[in-house]
Write a protein that binds this ligand. Structure first.
Ligand code: ZN
Ligand code: ZN
Length: 137
């Protein structure tokens, strides 16, 4: 885990930026259908931070309520998925790990919503595939 005092991140186009004062925790790969659909990816890696420790910079994410209790934040310009909040945890917010400027500092601790995982989104299935350093050439 990073010991950086000022972890920063943002969306693909840079309109939405954030800075964390606290350390990210609960780093997990989420395989639920909603995360897969909102991102278009096989799974989404999230970390949690206290709302009080997160400062949005520039524009704020636009919120989409994927259910009555859940709001998901994304950039209004480039569409990057950035945040997840559940009404039951008003003090906490989840942020997409890969929106960090240095996501390599995180250490994912596990997989959640495995019961909804995509068969080719599993680590075992991925390990069987050929690997290319860049595009398949
Ligand atoms: Zn953007
Ligand atoms: Zn999910």
């Amino acid at each position: 885990m990073s010991t950086s005092q000022n972890l920063t991140g943002g969306c693909l186009c840079g309109a939405v930026r954030y800075r964390l004062r606290g350390e990210p925790y609960d780093v997990v790969h989420c395989h639920c259908k909603s995360c897969r659909r909102v991102s278009g990816a096989a799974f989404v890696t999230w970390f949690t931070v206290r709302v009080a420790d997160l400062d949005w910079r520039g524009e704020k994410p636009v919120l989409y309520h994927s259910s009555a209790a859940v709001s998901r934040g994304f950039c209004p310009h480039c569409g990057s998925t950035l945040s997840y909040r559940h009404e039951s945890d008003p003090e906490e917010i989840d942020i997409t790990a890969s929106s960090l400027d240095h996501p390599e500092t995180l250490a994912p601790a596990g997989h959640i919503w495995w019961e909804q995982h995509l068969i080719w989104g599993s680590p075992a299935a991925q390990q069987e595939l050929p690997v290319y350093q860049r595009s398949e050439a």
